[in-house]
Structure formats: structure tokens, C-alpha cells
Design a protein around this ligand. Structure first.
Ligand SMILES: Cc1ncc(COP(=O)(O)O)c(C=O)c1O
Length: 932
């Protein structure tokens, strides 16, 4: 164990673990090379002391990683002690190189202390493998053992001796001796795939880990000092599962294994072993567990299919690629994509291949594995993007006349989903960030108000679903658990659709997972089963009664507790796997954790039939399978890296003396108003921020900012978002996604490296320097023009228009407080061209009608990009602020707006009083007629 050092206090500063580790190695290498140069030039300086100091920094982390391991570290220490500067420099260069390139995972020589290449040394990766195969997947297994430090090397050697030639993978052991050290290793070392816990291990780490202790006591209410030795193993398993649920956990104990194995509190443990049993059993289980995550049934099957000599007599001439490879004219396509793409192309669903529309074989198993990986009961693969996943959910769980409370700012697939299903949207508004021409997310108070209003008006039974975008394009993350809890307190059987198109990766981050729909569903289920839940509810009921009074204003302010005996946990989450994981474009999933799913099974099947192509793309399905494999095996590490990249960008922009004059990345404090940050969290870069303050914010704040989504303000550099995006793409080969009037959105993901950061920063510096040069050259008038441009971009921003209302003809009860409407009726009314009219946006006729009528009623969706949400929906009465916003918009792409003819409107003469009634289900129509 490394002794506490000056940097040991930072050991549990986990935000940037892997980057910090590699940086320390780079620093050590630089100092070792400098010392060697001193020795070569016979100019003794402070080289050795500098190396020793850097080594202390490095050592603090190295106990938690298999490579380079104690033997190489010992050799290094010996060379330094012997004043062997050249030998130390050679070894450090090799070790840091192996770490950076990852070559230690398959190259035995990297583990050797001698400087010569040492093939044939049998005690590391190859161990008993007689030469070993080079590229078997490598991982690390954490052993949490009470063995004394002096015997750890022997224990590790015993574990290595378990390796067999037949093993499909190879792992190195990492040995630690306490609960706290095991947690640190789990957090720091993303290569760990399995954990073997010996019962009876001690709790405290030998390192200084104040943040970790604070976290355990404040966030897990865990007083480790009072844990009985017998409880430590299972407690550790529970804590590790919270951090990385994908890891396989094993417990070795000498107590009643049968009882432990049957204890629900120990259900996260994959196998319990009696300690004296053969270690070989443990070894085989470790390999089997990882192999299970590694296996990709559909992809593996497709590879086998591609290798078979198959003649096809069905459609799809591209299958097998002969029409391409033999062509005189299109062979380059085959050369470009490679033959396997065509060998694996098929429209067959038999002969060993499965059907996505009716899966019974490998696609079914692949979907089940994905469900396990994300904590869902069911997962459905979708090959047309989350645009289709969302429509499928509406189709499956809502019907004409149901009310859906939905963020108006959500993706268009939701609006179209309701047009298809006939559900009536009750739009709720996100808080505006007018300064940056964007919306945030919908405050919980607004959603509660909508539910309580519906209750007051006797229509709560009609509300079927609440739909929210989590996270939003710009990175606003809901407090998913709190939203569901409080909404269920008002209506206990609500369905939630969390559109997590951008957020699929969050499952693999312990910070973000609790804020996903599925993560919150799991937490809610756990809470519901606890005695504390009923107690909390009963205390509330004693004060407010069982039936909440919708007129009670106080309900909006307090945190409502649902009745744990009544609530149903009904969560649907849609993820664009292709947006944040390694799936091909359009690969998406619908993940279901709905305890009443049985009500929707046949409707869901219909939804699949309605929306899925009968020719789903086999490669997209295979890539979904592979994306799941990757995330289950290295998602944790990759997501952590995406965080590190984002922090590096944020830091570099903020700290650079020239870049920061013209650009800034908005922090949480700029993106989330203080009222929604109860924990007081300001930003990742704010002084005093640690991962513990971030965890507190995750738990307490209404909205949290996804660190990987960075709004870069470019208006202060004189660029509007679109112009800046085009500049980066055309001149610098940097692609980005969304823009606003004065900002662009940068996103880090699992694909980014620090070289990308370096490129971006170099480009931003170049642009900043150009601005400086232009300002210097332009003189007073140039500076004034620049200032005026910045002012126009940053302050002359149009107010964002709220949803006005549906025309009375599309509302069942025009007098009701809530504004849901029959959007579908309006949508189809516009199919009759004779019933529609067009008015140019700038025409004075529009202003006349806005002031003195008749009302303007939109015939279709009008969606400007950016901002990308519908500022008009079918049947909506168009208000002056919407027209004002549209007139100020300086974007070219406006879907639904006919540039030559103008706004498409439904003629009022075509909106009969019965418009709303027409779309009502027959039964309710009769009821309302009866009432009339
Ligand atoms: C919030 C949200 N949901 C759904 C979608 C549609 O996803 P896909 O591109 O996978 O069809 C998008 C696309 O940008 C989106 O931003």
C-alpha cells in the first residue's frame, strides 16, 4: 500500500481519475527523461529528486491497477535508489508507453522488468498458457482479501496459475484489503469487470479518503464504524452495485452459504462460494460472467451467416455483394465498404436468422440482454431512430381522447405521435433561457399544476402519460425520481415517457444513472418497499387527507409523497443508441419498466407492426447488440472519459487568456436558474466543487446540467450560432450539432480523445487571434462595429413564444382551465386545401387579424431550426408573440412554413363546433351529448 502522500488527499477526487493517472505518468516520464539527460551530459542537477517526487504522485494511484504492478514498480524504485538514471528513464518510458497505448493487455514483454523483450516469461499474461495467444480480451478482477500485505504477491501468483489454455479471455488480479480500498478501485479502475469479496475484510482504507467517507455517511447513511464484520462483504457488494451495476460480484465466505445465497439482500451477488472450495470454480465463474456480457447473439449469428455459402433467390440483390463486386460501374462501393457488409446483408428471417417483427431467436436474446444492461423488463430494437421509438410508445399506450402532459419543446416525434394516436396534448412550458434563445426544462411545479387543474375539473382520469425530454438538447437533466414521485402522489397510475434520445450513455455513469428514467424507476421501487415510505405517506395523509385538495396552493410548494400501496411504476424510456453509443445511425431502443405492461402487450405488438419496416436493417440490429456489449464492458470507463474531455474543454476555454475574451462555455449556474439548484451547486469548475458536491446536486436539485453538453457562447466573438457552426465545419473540419442565435452546442462523447480537445482549443485560439488582429487593424470604427454586432447578438434576442391555445373548435370544453386540444382533428382538417388559406408572414393582413380578428389558426406544425421545436401546431391560435418571434428569426430552415405562399391557416368557416366532438371516442361522445 502506498502511504498517504501530499497527493493522497486527492486520491478520491474521482472526477478525472483516468486522465489524472495518465497525466501523472506523463509527468514522471518527462522528469525521468530529464534526469537521464543530466546523467548523459554529466551535469548533475535536481533530476533524481524531481523523479522521486513524481513517483510519489504516481504511486498513490497504482495500488488499484494491475499494470505496471508491484514488481515493475519495485524495479523502478531500485534503479532510482541505485542512481541508475538511464535505466530508470528506459523503464518509465516503457511503462508509461504501455499504459497510454494499452499494449500491456496483450504483450507479455510489457510486464517484464528487464529491458530486453522477454517473450516466454510465463508468469504474467500467459502464465500457464505455454506461450499464450496474443489477443484474447483482457480485463482485471478485483480481489478484496484480508490476506496480509506481505503475502499479496503470492496470492496473485496463485490466481494467475488458474489460467487454462482453453480460457477465452485473460484477466489480471488487483488485490486490495478493505471495503474503502475496494470502492476506490471500483471507481478508479475501469478495466475491472468482476469483484471477488472475501467475507470478514476490514473497512478503512490506509489512504486519506475524506471525500469517500463523507459520501458514505451523508449519501448512504452508512456508518462504517458500526458495521459488524459479518456485514462488510454484503455491504460492499451493495455499494459496488450502486456504482457499477454491470460488474459480476462474488462472495467467498465460511459461514452458511445456503442462507446467504437465498437472502434477497444479497441478490446482487452472482455466486456465493464456500471459502474452502476450489478457487478454480471462482475462476471459471469470473470468465463465464464476462463472457456472458461479451456475447452478442445477433451479431455473432450474422457473422456465422455471412461465412456460409448461401445462394439467395429472394429480393435484395445487394446481399452477398455479387452484383457489386462484379460490376464494371459500382465496384468502388464494394471496395469502400468491404465485402462483409454484403455477405451479412439478408432479408431472410429463417434459416437460423431471426425476425425483428416477431423475434424468437437471437434478436430476442439480444433484446433481453439489452434490457438487463439498462435495468428494464423489456427492450425493443428500433431501426428507424428514436423518432420511431417515440411514436411506437404513443401508439401502444395512448388512444384517442387520452390526455398527455407534454413539454411543448419536445422533439417533433412526440407531436406526431399524438397526431397518430389521437391523444390530446396538454402542453407545458419549459423555463426560458431567453438570453441564449433556448428553453430549459419544465419545472415540476408546472406539471403538478396541470395535474391538479385537471383534477379540479374532473378530468384527471383522462390523463394517461407525462412525456419529458431527459436530458434536453442543451443538457438539462430532470430529477426523474422526484418528478415521478410527486406526479404519482396526484395520479398513482400515470405512465412516464422519458425521451432519453441523448442520454442513453448515462446508464453507465454513477452520477447520471439516478437521473435516468429507468434508474429512478429502480430507486422508486426500492423506496416503495421500505417501511419509511408508508410512514412518510401516512404522515402526509394525517396532515392533508388521503384525497389531495387540488385547490390547495400549498401542494405546489411542498414535496408530495405518493401512497406506496397504490402507485404503479410505469416507465418507458427511449434511447437513440446511435447518438451516444457505438450503434449505427438510426439504432434506437424502447426500454420498458411498466408493471402493467401486460395491458399493452398486444397494442405494443401492433405498434411494432405499424411503425417498423418489414425490411429492418440487419446491420443496425447487430450494432445495437454490439453497442450493448461495449457499454456493459467498458461503458463506465468511456463515459468517465467523455466527462474528462468535457472538463478539459471547459477548463481550457475558461483559463485561456485570449480565448476567454471572446468565448465561454456556460456553467450550470448560467444554464439552470438558482431556484432550481437547491444544493447550491454552481458549476464543475467553481472553486470547492468536488464529486461529492456534484452527487449532492444530483440528489437534490430540480435540474442538473449534463457535463458532456457544453453551450459555447460565440455571440461575444461576433458570430451567430449558424455562422460559427459553418465556419468550424468548412474551414476547420469540426462538426457540431445544435446552434442558437448566439451559441453552439459542443458535445463530448465516448468517441472523443484529448487530441480532439487540443484541435478545438487550437482552432478557438486561431479564431480569437484573428478577431484581435481585425480589431487592431479596424481602428475605432471597426471596434464599434464589432461591439454593435456583439450587442445585437447578445442582447437583441427575441422573446420565446409560449404555446397560446387550441382554437375552441378543437377543445371539448373551451371554458376549461387546462388547454389540451384535439390536435389530430386540426391536422386532418388541413388536408382539405379548400378549407385552408395562406398569408405571407410579413403581410399587414396578419397584423390586422391579430388585432381585430378573425383569429389565425395554424393548419400545420411550424418548426424553425434552430431552435427546433414547433412554434405552431395544428389547431393552435396564432398569437402576436409567435408572429413577432418568427419575423425576427434569422434562420433559413423552417419546416412547415411555405416561403412563397406564407403561413398555412385553417379557415374559421371550416372549424365546425363539432370538430372536437368528432375526434372523441364514441362512448364519451354519447356522454357529452347526454350532458348537453
Ligand atoms: C429529444 C429527441 N428525441 C428524439 C429524437 C429523434 O431521434 P432519432 O434521431 O434517433 O430519430 C431527437 C433527435 O434529435 C431528439 O433530440
Amino acid at each position: 500500500m502506498a502511504s498517504p502522500t501530499s497527493s493522497a488527499a486527492q486520491l478520491d477526487h474521482f472526477f478525472s481519475s483516468s486522465a489524472a493517472r495518465l497525466d501523472r505518468w506523463r509527468e514522471l516520464n518527462a522528469r525521468a527523461q530529464a534526469w537521464a539527460a543530466e546523467a548523459r551530459d554529466c551535469k548533475p542537477g535536481g533530476g533524481r529528486a524531481a523523479v522521486e517526487a513524481a513517483l510519489v504522485e504516481v504511486r498513490a494511484l497504482e495500488d488499484f491497477f494491475a499494470y505496471p504492478g508491484s514488481r515493475l514498480m519495485k524495479t523502478l524504485a531500485e534503479r532510482i535508489a541505485a542512481d541508475d538514471a538511464l535505466g530508470a528513464a528506459r523503464l518509465v518510458r516503457r511503462m508509461s508507453g504501455a499504459l497510454l497505448s494499452g499494449s500491456y493487455r496483450h504483450d507479455n514483454g510489457e510486464w517484464e522488468a528487464s529491458d530486453e523483450d522477454s517473450a516466454g516469461v510465463p508468469d504474467r499474461l500467459s502464465a500457464t498458457l505455454e506461450g499464450g495467444e496474443a489477443h484474447r480480451p483482457y480485463f482485471e478482477t478485483l480481489f478484496v482479501t484480508p490476506a496480509p500485505a506481505a503475502s499479496l504477491a503470492k496470492v496473485a501468483q496463485e490466481i494467475r496459475r488458474l489460467r487454462r489454455v482453453e480460457d477465452a479471455m485473460v484477466y489480471e488480479p488487483v488485490l486490495v484489503g478493505s471495503l474503502e480500498d475496494a470502492l476506490i478501485a471500483t471507481i478508479l479502475n475501469g478495466k475491472i469487470e468482476a469483484v471477488v469479496i472475501y467475507d470478514g475484510i476490514p473497512v478503512p482504507s490506509q489512504h486519506e479518503v475524506p471525500l469517500l467517507r463523507d459520501f458514505l455517511t451523508t449519501h448512504h447513511q452508512l456508518d462504517t464504524s458500526s458495521l459488524a464484520p459479518r456485514e462488510v462483504g454484503v455491504t460492499l457488494a451493495r455499494l459496488i452495485q450502486r456504482i457499477r451495476p454491470e460488474l459480476d460480484l462474488y462472495l467467498l465466505t465460511d459461514r452458511e452459504v445456503e442462507k446467504l445465497a437465498g437472502d434477497p439482500a444479497a441478490s446482487m451477488i452472482r455466486r456465493v462460494f464456500y471459502e474452502v472450495e476450489e478457487l478454480m470454480e471462482v475462476h471459471l465463474n469470473i470468465l463465464e460472467g464476462v463472457a456472458d456480457r461479451f456475447s452478442t447473439p445477433h451479431f455473432d449469428n450474422l457473422k456465422r451467416y455471412a461465412a456460409r455459402p448461401i445462394a439467395t433467390f429472394h429480393a435484395l440483390p445487394i446481399a452477398r455483394g455479387k452484383s457489386i463486386m462484379k460490376s464494371n460501374w459500382i465496384r468502388d462501393m464494394g471496395e469502400f465498404y468491404g465485402q462483409n457488409l454484403f455477405l451479412a446483408e439478408t432479408s431472410a428471417t429463417t434459416g437460423g436468422l431471426d425476425s425483428m417483427l416477431e423475434p424468437t431467436g437471437t434478436i430476442k436474446v439480444a433484446q433481453e440482454k439489452f434490457a438487463r444492461a439498462v435495468g428494464a423488463d423489456h427492450v425493443f430494437f428500433v431501426t428507424n431512430g428514436t423518432s420511431t421509438s417515440n411514436k411506437m410508445v404513443y401508439q401502444a399506450v395512448t388512444k384517442p381522447g387520452d390526455i398527455v402532459i407534454v413539454d411543448r419543446n419536445c422533439h417533433k416525434s412526440h407531436h406526431y405521435g399524438m397526431v397518430l394516436s389521437g391523444a390530446q396534448p396538454l402542453y407545458v412550458e419549459a423555463f426560458p433561457l431567453t438570453e441564449y434563445s433556448m428553453y430549459g426544462a419544465v419545472p415540476l411545479r408546472t406539471i403538478k399544476q396541470a395535474l391538479l387543474d385537471l383534477k379540479a375539473e374532473g378530468r384527471l382520469d383522462r390523463v394517461k402519460m407525462v412525456t419529458l425530454t431527459n436530458c434536453t438538447f442543451d443538457g438539462h437533466v430532470y430529477n426523474t425520481r422526484r418528478v415521478m414521485e410527486e406526479c404519482l402522489a396526484i395520479k398513482p397510475d400515470l405512465i412516464f415517457l422519458w425521451d432519453e434520445a441523448w442520454f442513453g450513455f448515462a446508464r453507465w455513469s454513477p452520477f447520471l444513472r439516478p437521473r435516468t428514467g429507468l434508474g429512478a424507476a429502480a430507486a422508486l421501487e426500492e423506496w416503495r418497499a421500505s417501511p419509511a415510505a408508508l410512514k412518510a405517506y401516512q404522515a402526509q395523509a394525517a396532515e392533508l387527507g388521503e384525497d389531495l385538495d387540488p385547490k390547495d396552493e400549498g401542494l405546489l410548494k411542498r414535496r408530495l409523497v405518493p401512497d406506496p400501496r397504490k402507485i404503479r411504476i410505469r416507465v418507458y424510456e427511449t434511447d437513440s443508441v446511435h447518438k451516444s453509443m457505438s450503434a449505427l445511425r438510426q439504432g434506437s431502443i424502447v426500454a420498458v419498466r411498466d408493471e402493467d405492461y401486460s395491458h399493452h402487450v398486444s397494442a405494443f405488438r401492433e405498434a411494432v407492426y405499424i411503425h417498423a419496416s418489414t425490411s429492418p436493417n440487419a446491420q443496425i440490429i447487430a450494432s445495437l447488440d454490439v453497442a450493448r456489449r461495449q457499454m456493459e464492458l467498458e461503458g463506465y470507463e468511456l463515459v468517465m472519459r467523455a466527462f474528462e474531455i468535457a472538463f478539459a474543454i471547459r477548463r481550457a476555454v475558461a483559463e485561456h487568456p485570449i480565448i476567454s475574451k471572446y468565448f465561454r462555455v456556460l456553467g450550470a449556474d448560467a444554464m439552470v436558474p438558482a431556484a432550481y439548484r437547491a444544493s447550491g451547486f454552481r458549476d464543475y469548475l467553481a472553486p470547492g466543487t468536488t464529486w461529492v458536491t456534484a452527487v449532492k446536486a444530483v440528489q437534490e436539485d430540480e435540474f442538473f446540467l449534463d457535463p458532456t453538453r457544453m453551450t459555447l457562447v460565440c455571440g461575444t466573438a461576433g458570430y451567430d450560432g449558424t455562422a460559427f457552426k459553418n465556419l468550424l465545419a468548412e474551414k476547420y473540419n469540426i462538426q457540431l450539432n445544435k446552434t442558437s442565435r448566439n451559441s453552439v452546442l459542443l458535445q463530448s462523447n465516448i468517441n472523443n480523445t484529448r487530441s480532439d480537445v487540443a484541435l478545438l482549443i487550437k482552432v478557438l485560439l486561431g479564431i480569437s487571434q484573428e478577431i484581435e488582429a481585425q480589431l487592431a487593424e479596424g481602428g475605432e470604427s471597426g471596434r464599434a462595429a464589432f461591439a454593435a454586432r456583439v450587442k445585437s447578438l447578445m442582447t437583441d434576442v427575441p422573446d420565446l413564444p409560449n404555446f397560446s391555445r387550441f382554437h375552441d373548435g378543437y377543445r371539448e370544453d373551451p371554458d376549461s382551465v387546462t388547454l389540451e386540444g384535439d390536435m389530430r382533428g386540426a391536422f386532418f382538417a388541413a388536408y382539405e386545401e379548400d378549407d385552408c388559406e395562406y398569408l405571407p408572414l410579413m403581410s399587414p393582413e396578419i397584423d390586422k387579424r391579430l388585432t381585430s380578428g378573425p383569429e389565425l389558426v395554424s393548419a400545420n406544425f411550424v418548426i424553425p431550426y434552430p431552435p427546433g421545436f414547433p412554434i405552431m401546431v395544428p389547431g393552435q391560435v396564432i398569437a402576436a408573440d409567435t408572429i413577432g418571434f418568427m419575423r425576427k428569426l434569422d434562420v433559413k430552415e423552417i419546416h412547415g412554413y411555405n416561403d412563397t405562399r406564407g403561413l398555412k391557416l385553417i379557415k374559421l368557416s371550416a372549424i365546425g363546433a363539432g370538430a372536437a366532438a368528432r375526434s372523441m371516442p364514441a362512448k364519451r361522445r354519447q356522454r357529452s351529448r347526454g350532458a348537453a
